[in-house]
Design a protein around this ligand. Structure first.
Ligand code: ADP
Ligand code: MG
Length: 257
């Protein structure tokens, strides 16, 4: 059983566990009946069927599914990078569909951090300068940006490599710098698209543990993957198959485990 209550501008989900003890969870993002179709020429591809989910702060949600199943589409809707064909996307209680491009850009900057498979670090900039980028773009002074970026690097245990160029860092270290860059603006939602796909197994654990720590500290962390080994780090799993998202695995997935 659960109750939904508005509380200090947040929607709080109150759950009752088996001992009837109340558990408070704050919703960071919601999608309600959101779907996505892509039209190319005469053909229409339904990348995601109408989907309804709430994403909680303090939770690491894994979105798992095979290639082409609609995972990136779901994440892109949550990141307000694409508009849904139907339905609604709410970010911290703000209906994203209704916003102008400028308002959307500001919503993204203030609420959402992105981490991608390919790190996307700028090659001529060192780790610290890469992390400073989003702050510099939002007009924060160089001194303050440097301080905040050093703190973000420390959160992922990369402060000792602040002056290293990306090419002198391992894949795992580059990904941790990319995580620091995503969290330097202190977003409440971290969206990660296949963040461990180019990493060796040891780096996978380190990166996932860093992401788990961020969710424990209060952020909603949402990780897309096709790697079933990441399940052990998840508080919650959403399965995507052929454009259908569900909190239950399909028979195929059960069979493969
Ligand atoms: P995944 O991330 O699980 O690999 P995607 O969400 O990227 O899957 O894609 C889901 C489906 O939508 C695929 O069939 C893909 O080809 C299609 N698709 C994704 N983006 C576009 C696009 N911009 N235009 C046309 N089709 C797209
Ligand atoms: Mg993808």
């Amino acid at each position: 059983m659960y109750l939904l209550l508005p509380f200090l501008n947040n929607i709080v989900l109150i759950l009752f566990n088996c001992q009837n003890k109340q558990i408070y969870m704050v919703i960071a993002a919601s999608i309600k009946g959101a779907s996505k179709e892509y039209k190319t020429g005469d053909t229409v591809i339904t990348a995601l069927q109408p989907t309804t989910f709430d994403f909680m702060k303090k939770e690491l949600t894994l979105i798992i599914g095979p290639s082409g199943s609609g995972k990136t589409t779901l994440l892109s809707l949550l990141g307000c990078v694409i508009f849904p064909s139907t339905g609604e996307v709410y970010i911290n209680n703000i209906l994203a569909n209704s916003l102008s491009e400028k308002e959307l850009a500001s919503l993204r900057l203030n609420n959402i951090g992105f981490v991608f498979q390919s790190f996307n670090l700028l090659a001529p900039l060192n780790a610290l300068e890469n992390v400073m980028q989003p702050l510099r773009l939002s007009g924060i002074s160089k001194k303050e940006a440097k301080l905040k970026s050093e703190q973000a690097l420390a959160k992922v245990n990369m402060e000792s490599r602040a002056t290293s160029l990306p090419k002198n860092l391992s894949g795992g270290q580059q990904q941790r710098v990319a995580i620091a860059r995503a969290l330097v603006t202190d977003p409440s939602i971290m969206l990660c698209d296949e963040p461990t796909a180019s990493l060796d197994i040891r780096s996978v654990s380190i990166v996932m543990e860093e992401l788990k720590m961020l969710s424990d500290s209060g952020k909603a962390v949402i990780v897309v993957t096709h790697d079933l080994r990441l399940k052990q780090f998840a508080d919650r799993i959403i399965y995507v198959n052929n454009g259908v998202a569900s909190d239950k695995p399909s028979e195929d997935e059960i069979f493969h485990n």
